[in-house]
Unconditional design. Structure first.
Length: 556
């Protein structure tokens, strides 16, 4: 609908001034109108007239047109547009523009490593990734949600070394003493810490870990599932996957495919070696590297001197495999900020031989997650802020505030607290603030939805679609805000920034509160109309929360 209005303004400009211009309507404060344009300011130089003079002619042309009730001039040449009631209703009923219809998008996020604990960053990227994938789907894309993690690599060698120390050798039977998933995960995470410390402090242990690292790669090459060492590896790897499944079920995430590094390492090796022969990569001290300096980047190793693929080669294999699997139009990868330069080098290397894949790849990054007053933490040191720590802190804060347990409110609190901030910076998470129903929080919006549903239930009527009418000021204000929903989705999807949805939903709830504070719904002469507005508001609020992955309960 907004695009239709922009086209109409551009057509009026063409007719009046014989000039083609791109028109972008913005939303002014409500007292000025429903839309505004600065096109007169843009035209002043090319037309050779004062911008206010241009604006006055344009406003006269637009006033009373098919969708516009009035057009007025403000300031040096802004044109403010007030829509007619029929158009307002159409906007409230409009769907998000299907700008990605027919497009295939791969969304890769979360990316936990087996043999290590899930930390708060995994929780954050899972929540943000889900919301971005939902936004892409809302604008028409076919989205494939995938996950990538290191089931091979030095961290696995470190963990396996500590596992063998604990078991007293390659004895799979020793695993039977760990029964619950919690026991298994706690033990594996402690083994990683022990192995990492040994690698740093004990030369003999370091040498043994390097050997074990190679043995893990060889398990995959030989497809060995039977040797005692293999049985220990595959069993503990499965424990990690069980743990991931449990975590994703708790937060409502789901993935179509999980790519373990072992599944793409060989393709990465093969690709890098092929491109080494073509001059994309070069050798350095026995390793294969990509020199990023000519592109303003830095040099990174893709195959180390032991002939083992590094993360860079594995990511190369992953991108190639994702292309083989999906032939995507866009591939969105979400990681922590610390991976920004790393991924820039990987994509620049791929650009040299598969420029279309590099061009279609979008790398989004995010900051650290800390609890209020927290410090930077590290899984290598064992002082990690676990994903479950954040959820548990929210659950405790919610119970203290409400005297009851409510998993939906906890999810709403954590997800909204993460998503309402622009992706990119660090997140300082305050559990008590996140569960409050009095501020800009998930539970506040959940309560707002439940309140609207309660009003509808109290009426005893089935709300009808909004009919065109002479709206009172508060009714019109709410209707106008409902009509901004599709535009908010379009903006959030284009920028891959879910916080735009959070901002819109909070403003929508505030607009409804102003409306309800001054206007009776049930039992009023305008009950039918106002119920239709309440229903439209509740439906939009519910749909917006769903995009964010937040439950919208009918009761709180």
């Amino acid at each position: 609908m907004k695009q239709e209005l922009e086209t109409a303004v551009a057509a009026a400009v063409k007719e009046l001034f014989a000039t083609d211009v791109a028109v972008e309507l913005t939303r002014p404060d409500v007292q000025f109108g429903d839309y505004a344009t600065n096109v007169a300011l843009q035209l002043a130089k090319s037309v050779g007239k004062n911008p206010r003079e241009i604006a006055e002619v344009l406003a006269e042309k637009l006033s009373g047109s098919a969708s516009i009730a009035t057009a007025s001039v403000a300031g040096p040449g802004f044109v403010n547009l007030m829509l007619n009631n029929e158009t307002l209703v159409k906007l409230a009923e409009s769907k998000p523009a299907q700008t990605l219809a027919g497009k295939t998008v791969v969304a890769e996020y979360s990316d936990p490593n087996p043999f290590k604990v899930l930390h708060a960053g995994h929780l954050y990227t899972s929540i943000v990734g889900d919301a971005i994938a939902n936004l892409l789907e809302a604008t028409g894309a076919k989205v494939h949600r995938v996950n990538f993690g290191g089931d091979v690599g030095l961290h696995v060698g470190k963990t396996m070394w500590a596992i063998l120390q604990d078991l007293g050798g390659e004895s799979p039977a020793g695993l039977e003493k760990y029964h619950s998933l919690e026991e298994r995960v706690t033990w594996l995470s402690q083994c990683y810490i022990t192995g990492n410390n040994a690698y740093d402090d004990d030369p003999e242990a370091k040498a043994a870990i390097v050997t074990l690292n190679k043995r893990v790669y060889q398990l995959h090459t030989d497809n060995d599932h039977d040797s005692p060492f293999a049985q220990i590896y595959w069993q503990t790897r499965q424990w990690s996957y069980d743990y991931f499944d449990s975590f994703y079920a708790r937060i409502g995430s789901h993935f179509e495919k999980y790519y373990p590094e072992s599944a793409v390492a060989e393709l990465g090796l093969q690709t890098v070696r092929e491109q080494l022969n073509k001059g994309v990569f070069e050798t350095s001290d026995g390793a294969v590297v990509f020199k990023g300096e000519p592109y303003g980047l830095h040099t990174r190793v893709f195959i180390n001197s032991e002939g083992i693929p590094t993360y860079e080669a594995k990511d190369t294999g992953l991108i190639m495999q994702k292309w083989e699997d999906y032939h995507f139009d866009k591939s969105v990868v979400i990681t922590a900020n610390e991976q920004e330069q790393y991924m820039a080098v990987v994509l620049k290397a791929i650009e040299q031989f598969k420029p279309e894949l590099a061009k279609a790849s979008v790398h989004l990054t995010h900051g650290m997650v800390k609890l209020t007053g927290g410090e930077k933490m590290s899984s290598r040191k064992g002082n990690i802020l676990r994903a479950t720590d954040v959820l548990d802190a929210a659950a405790m804060a919610n119970k203290e505030a409400t005297k009851q347990e409510n998993d939906q409110a906890v999810l709403g609190a954590v997800k909204y607290a993460f998503l309402k901030q622009r992706t990119g910076g660090d997140i300082i998470y305050d559990p008590a603030e996140s569960v409050s129903i009095l501020g800009n929080s998930g539970p506040y919006l959940q309560y707002a939805h439940a309140r609207a549903r309660s009003i509808l239930a109290k009426s005893g009527e089935v709300a009808q679609a909004i009919e065109v009418a002479e709206f009172e000021a508060d009714e019109r204000g709410l209707l106008r805000k409902i009509g901004e929903y599709a535009e908010a989705i379009d903006k959030a999807a284009q920028e891959l920034m879910p916080h735009h949805i959070c901002t819109y939903l909070y403003e929508l709830a505030q607009e409804f509160n102003r409306f309800y504070e001054h206007n009776r719904v049930v039992g009023d002469d305008r009950q039918k109309l106002r119920l239709s507005l309440v229903a439209a508001y509740a439906n939009v609020l519910q749909a917006g929360l769903k995009l964010l992955g937040i439950p919208a309960p009918d009761k709180m």
